[in-house]
Design a protein around this ligand. Structure first.
Ligand SMILES: C[S@@+](CC[C@H](N)C(=O)[O-])C[C@H]1O[C@@H](n2cnc3c(N)ncnc32)[C@H](O)[C@@H]1O
Length: 198
């Protein structure tokens, strides 16, 4: 059921929907793909629950309405989360429907992930950058991958993997990442591949 529709400079259309699943749950879609809420939980939860090291500070690139941030603060008590999100409309939807501003220890940065250069190094960097079904092109550049290596001890990238073009792009990315990370593990979840880099 459609709850509200928004115009966005970045995603064109963002639609808030709710479904009944033993309670009403909201999610955000561009019309084709889920951008936040719902399925995002199913994709990230198995990966986050498998990360064994202690986490004190985590960076999310592509915060959206905070689905992943909620998983993190539940899993790691007291963790400090920094969320980078380019789209102010997405942040506003997060505050209105997803209690984004009530997530403890979350710093919300409304900025472009490409331009964001933190001073600190994070225990974990989660890359969930999409506009519709496309990650930004800078994600595939050597310059940005080098920057990711510096930003995080452990970096996990969520990449779509459901057609030949997306698989090819993911494979090219994995190859490039090999230049910057010693250990790369892959985990297929639903339509996606999670690229786990250390
Ligand atoms: C699939 S959603 C992320 C889902 C989110 N991690 C969650 O927990 O719900 C992708 C998000 O990346 C954001 N995004 C796309 N390009 C970006 C960029 N260059 N910088 C920051 N955010 C970006 C989009 O606006 C969108 O909100």
């Amino acid at each position: 059921m459609i709850v509200e529709e928004f115009k966005s400079e970045y995603s064109k259309r963002l639609i808030v929907k709710k479904i009944w699943d033993w309670g009403w749950h909201y999610y955000v879609t561009t019309g084709v793909l889920t951008q936040s809420g719902g399925l995002i939980n199913d994709i990230w939860k198995p990966v986050i629950s498998n990360v064994q090291c202690l986490m004190s500070n985590v960076l999310i690139l592509g915060l959206a309405t905070g689905t992943l941030a909620k998983i993190l603060v539940k899993r790691y008590k007291g963790v400090k989360v920094t969320g980078v999100e380019i789209d102010p409309v997405m942040i506003a939807i997060g505050k209105k429907y997803f209690d984004l501003d009530k997530i403890p220890n979350l710093e919300i940065l409304n900025t472009d992930a490409e331009k964001y250069s933190p001073k600190e190094r994070f225990d974990l960097v989660l890359v969930d950058l999409y506009l519709g079904d496309k990650p930004p092109s800078f994600l595939y550049s050597h310059k940005y991958l080098k920057k990711l290596r510096k930003m995080g001890k452990l970096v996990i990238i969520n990449h779509l993997f459901y057609d030949s073009r997306k698989r090819e792009n993911a494979e090219k990315l994995i190859k490039k990442l090999g230049k910057y990370f010693k250990d790369i593990k892959l985990r297929r979840i639903l339509t996606n591949v999670m690229i786990i880099c250390e």
